[in-house]
Design a binder for this molecule. Sequence first.
Ligand SMILES: [Zn+2]
Length: 416
Amino acid sequence: MQRTHRIRLYPNNKQASYLARSCGCARFAYNWALARWKELYELHLENPALHPQPNQYGLRRELNSIKRTEFPWMMEVSKYCPQQAIINLGRAFDNFFKHNGKYPQFKKKGQHDSFYIGQDQFKLDKSLSRAWIPNLYKFMGGRRELGWIRIAEPFRYDGAKIVCATVSRTADRWFIAITCELPDVEAQPKPHVANPKTVGIDVGVGKYVTSDKERASVPRAYRSRMRKLRREQQALSRKHRGSANYAKQKQKVARLHAKIADVRGDWLHKLTCSLTDSYDVLAIEDLNVEGMVKNHHLAISITDASFGEFRRQLEYKAREKQCELVVVDRFYPSSKTCSKCGHVKTKLALSERVFTCEECGYVIDRDLNAAINLKRHAVSSTVSACGEFFASACSPSKGSTQAASAKQEEIIKLLQ
Ligand SMILES: [Zn+2]
């Protein structure tokens, strides 16, 4: 199993300009290879016998043979910068041919700037918290001691075999993502837990509620910064393209976007970590996030609530910590069922934030009721599927012929 730890880099001005140059080389190689790919493909269409289909291996060979004479500045940076960029282009085409992505586009300066470092050119100095960036020392004046850049925290998987590293820029900050190889946890299943601690989690646009009455309010990372973002973007549109002020304002907008992502990420990571640490079995509802985001009225609230990312993190953290994640079918009526007697209401208005059962008279908070139902559902399904560990989706419950999921309907109504 491969895991990546992304750490902030603290380069000084000169080091940062070397990093920017490396990104530039990677971008140039990518764009060069894409243009060349298009040319070769035209030739291939004209005369398939003489010109084979272009591929990344051929393009890498071609660039290697000409870079010394045609692009001598490319020799300043690590050989991995142009090489990996072309490998990435090959992957992009593979995905495109498999109908897994769009046709590759030319890269723009300042968007997803990054470059790759192979394991043989990368080093970490644990005692001094610094990372070795290949060829940097030459750029800095020749002394090998100058090839190191300070990192913000120690590498989390100390001792693991490092596979590669990728340096990237977000707004005005630099990061290094170090990938390493860890032993597979799936190979060693968790010893059977007699009484697994189970929790149901009801996710909402305003808050997440667990069946143990814990609630976490969603930080409205984007919505709370929308006005500020709009103001900064308007200011950017009034600046002269290519001027210093334009560049400065662009940085401001980029920093704001990064801030939004950071606020969301911080909240989600803490939440998913604490959930997977405290429980053995976690039950969540299977939401159609893609479908919901397509609705423009919902997009902001849904992306702020990060349903998709929440599930992705729960999935991988559950696997890593050997918890079971039960994904309850999206047509299971978690809100409309009474968690005490099991009575299913035919109607439940959204304004009813408190659930009152007509059958047994039970009164409970609406979201808590849903979370408890999810937990119940998980307990019954794990008993039947004994031994089946790790992310298992329940089979659709009977009568699941409704057009939209109950949750989706609920959220749509909430926002209208
Ligand atoms: Zn009841």
